[in-house]
Design a binder for this molecule. Sequence first.
Ligand code: PLP
Length: 374
Amino acid sequence: MKYPFYKPESINAASFAKYFDEINSRRWYTNNGPLVRLLTSRLEEYLDVKNLLLVSSGTVALQVAYKALQCTGRIYTTPLSFIASSSAFGWLGNEIHYADIDNRTLNLDPNSVRQLAALSEKDTVVATHLYGNPCDINAFDHLKNETQCKIIYDASHAFATRFQGQSILSLGDASTVSFHATKLYHTVEGGGVVFSNEDDLARAQKMINFGFNSQNEIEEVGINAKMSELHAAVGLVVLDDLGAIIERRRAIADQYRSILENTDVATTVVQEGTDLCSPSYMPIVLDSAYERERIQVSLLQDGIETRNYFDSLQSTTELFEEKHKVLPNSQCINKRVLCLPLYPELTSADITYICDRLQFNLANLRSEKPVSCA
Ligand SMILES: Cc1ncc(COP(=O)(O)O)c(C=O)c1O
């Protein structure tokens, strides 16, 4: 495959070896070790956020956020996200309800949440910044002020996103992030939660370590969700190169957008107030499911791998199905969105080629002429 959909960031072996020797000589492999603490402070500085807690995955980050915020009630969320946005809460036995998306940004629509139910302080809204594009933060702030509901942002796609001068991770009652190997910034497996409130952080610190407090007494019902020293070492190594990685990815995303905005290929609308959309994904929106399927096949023949990303809406998967729920925007968009390859090794000429093939194949398809081999 000439252009695979994705290539995870490689880990510099020499830098990792230094940390590995350090870990081995200390024989402190996990349990809030020095490298986890160093990574926490370096990430807080890098992102300019406070109250960051590193955990073992982005899925558990959602669960820890919910528990530490002492949420008890229903979850209102988007059907268009990775399955973890629902299964994390399904696993906890929560009642999950889906609202519709805004079909321009593809994010959970605050008005649709509002129309769904009269929220109270018992309820939690979980909103994904899909493909790195911020949710309608101001509208969610209003919703929170009116109803006292809790807001958790799933920022797993949005590590580098900046909104109105700050990291997107600093927003909501808590923001969670995945550091899975397929993410822009990774620790192989891992995740984080940024809390707006220090007390919630303190509670979460105990919760991820079986509920132990600093005197080794059990104070909370806990779980084991700690990040290990080895994962933190990967995080420190990848962080060293992150500036250059983000710059390159940003240039690629900008080039895609500037080429595609002069064509009839639709892209998503970036939320107003966004300074930087984390350059991890390049979603386009085709006219129909049929068109998407045909384009995906013809691009594959050109050596270009693309992804639908979420094959079905969470609201229609058997486990989380809300029978008879009609979510027109989500149902329509989910069948039409397609992500193009995005990773630093792609050159400017590669992006031009990918866009050319996309336009060529689309023009052929729309004129219903057979796609030539040229
Ligand atoms: C939006 C979203 N939320 C949560 C997760 C779960 O993260 P993890 O794989 O680190 O558990 C992912 C992972 O891909 C994701 O894309």
